[in-house]
Design a protein around this ligand. Structure first.
Ligand code: BG6
Length: 473
């Protein structure tokens, strides 16, 4: 068995609701495996819940191909702790059976009754599951934000998308507020668990060199890109109801924008950080958008053949505060594009030119979230053998060269955070509210839907988002 290098996290029953979905196989089980293999998750049992007839052992087998190397002892440990419960989330009576199962699992594994509920279902089930977990005493409310009256914890994780729009998100949040304390609630956005996203606030606020320049006087524009070569895979029904704006802009991309643009928090703690993210999100204005759909989308399985769902979005946002007035934030994302890349490009303003051969471009700071994670600063440097000519050169901080290749995956980091009760990388109710308002404003621009070829840069019209814009990727 891999060496246990870490102290054990609290023991718990880990309940995945929506266990037959892709997320469980691709992300959750691999993350739980890694936490068990690294000795962080010591005492636990895993209960899968969904509406089809299957077993958790079957689901574990399907997850095997998403785990690069398997230690047979860790695998055997997992296999001994698996349970499955078949139910319809809207069938009230079934919740009694779920409660009985969880209690008997806790008894047979001598677990301390801490309970983690992961809602990996479609968001239309969030409110009803929340209500029934509470009313059947399966997840008890924490007293004054600390623990349940039995001295244990019950934490509930909500997968994204958190609703379909502002109204549905508010309905879910109201249901949560009625029965749980906000300290028990973890709205997940896995981008916040990615090392380079988690690094944004830390790099900004622990390096003196950034803060004086991090404003409209010195920054020309910001580009946030999340480009994927993959299509919609087997998620036609989900994606067609959702589109690029709901799928990744409302969450991953606006969270990145908030981390880049927020004011410095009083301290780098969850509540101060979330206050600052909310403050800046509340000042975002939608200025322009170009939406696209890739050729062949209408023939995808489970997609409406007349669908007007966007698989590509390029958006110009402005932030109406003193720091950012007039600085455009350009967001671009799409499926079936030429490149796989998630990056932030911060373009600084040009300097006053004192040379005969002026620099061709200004400085860029690029934060590469994936692949080739790192910070890259493009400087103008003297061209050798000349005395008055400069060319761009890049200073690199490559994450893997510096730290090695074994950085934990986002879900592994975030699940450990939930078990520790740490909200730093989770989204608060008011952030959700503001981000849906921004999506509503973008949709309110009522832009045309353009076609684009697969394996391209998106619709050619993207160039017209802003005449002075040159995409970096
Ligand atoms: C998910 C979206 O939240 O993020 C997917 O639903 C998208 O459509 C994925 O492909 C991108 O995440 P990652 O970690 O693969 O960059």
């Amino acid at each position: 068995m891999e060496q246990a290098q870490n102290t054990c996290l609290d023991s718990c029953v880990f309940v995945i609701l929506g266990a037959t979905g892709d997320l469980t196989k691709r992300k959750l089980i691999p993350a739980i495996y890694k936490l068990a293999a690294s000795g962080k998750m010591c005492d636990f049992a895993l209960v899968g819940v969904a509406n089809s007839a299957t077993t958790m052992h079957d689901i574990l087998e399907q997850a095997r191909k998403f785990i690069p190397t398997i230690d047979p002892q860790v695998w055997a440990k997992l296999q001994k702790r698996l349970y499955y419960y078949q139910m319809d989330f809207h069938d009230k009576k079934a919740y009694q059976g779920l409660r009985d199962l969880i209690e008997s699992v806790e008894g047979s594994h001598k677990l301390g009754c801490n309970r983690l509920f992961y809602l990996a279902t479609m968001p239309q089930h969030f409110a009803v599951i929340t209500k029934n977990l509470a009313s059947y005493g399966i997840a008890e409310k924490h007293q004054e934000g600390r623990l349940t009256k039995h001295g244990t914890w019950a934490r509930v994780v909500y997968e994204k998308p958190f609703g379909y729009d502002l109204t549905s998100a508010r309905t879910i949040n109201r249901a949560i507020r009625k029965v749980f304390d906000e300290k028990q609630v973890f709205r997940i956005d896995h981008y916040l668990g990615k090392e380079l996203v988690a690094n944004i606030a830390l790099a900004r606020f622990t390096n003196r060199i950034f803060e004086p320049l991090w404003r409209r006087e010195h920054i020309d524009s910001v580009q946030i890109v999340l480009s994927e070569t993959l299509g919609i895979e087997n998620r036609g029904a989900f994606y067609d109801a959702c589109g690029a704006l709901n799928d990744v802009v409302q969450n991953h991309m606006l969270q990145i924008l908030a981390l880049i643009a927020m004011e410095p928090p009083e301290k780098l703690t969850a509540e101060f950080l979330r206050d600052c993210k909310v403050q800046v999100l509340s000042k975002v204005k939608a200025s322009a958008a170009i939406l696209g759909q890739y050729d062949g989308y209408l023939k995808e399985k489970n997609v409406n053949p007349h669908s007007t769902t966007e698989t590509f979005a390029a958006v110009k946002l402005l932030i109406n505060n003193r720091r950012w007035k007039g600085v455009p934030f350009y967001l671009k994302t799409g499926k079936h594009l030429k490149r796989d890349e998630a990056s932030v490009h911060i373009k600084f303003k040009m300097v006053k030119c004192l040379l005969d051969f002026c620099p061709m471009d200004s400085n860029y700071l690029t934060i590469k979230i994936q692949p080739d994670e790192g910070f890259f600063l493009e400087l103008n440097v003297k061209s050798p053998g000349t005395f008055n000519r400069v060319v761009p050169a890049t200073m690199n901080f490559s994450h893997s060269a510096h730290w090695g290749p074994n950085t934990p995956a986002a879900y592994e980091v975030l699940l450990a955070d939930v078990i520790r009760g740490d909200h730093f990388a989770f989204v608060r109710e008011d952030e959700i509210d503001w981000s849906w308002k921004i999506i509503k404003a973008i949709k309110g621009l009522k832009t045309k839907l353009y076609r684009y070829a697969k394996n391209s840069d998106g619709p050619k019209e993207t160039a017209s988002l802003d005449s002075r814009l040159q995409w970096r990727s």
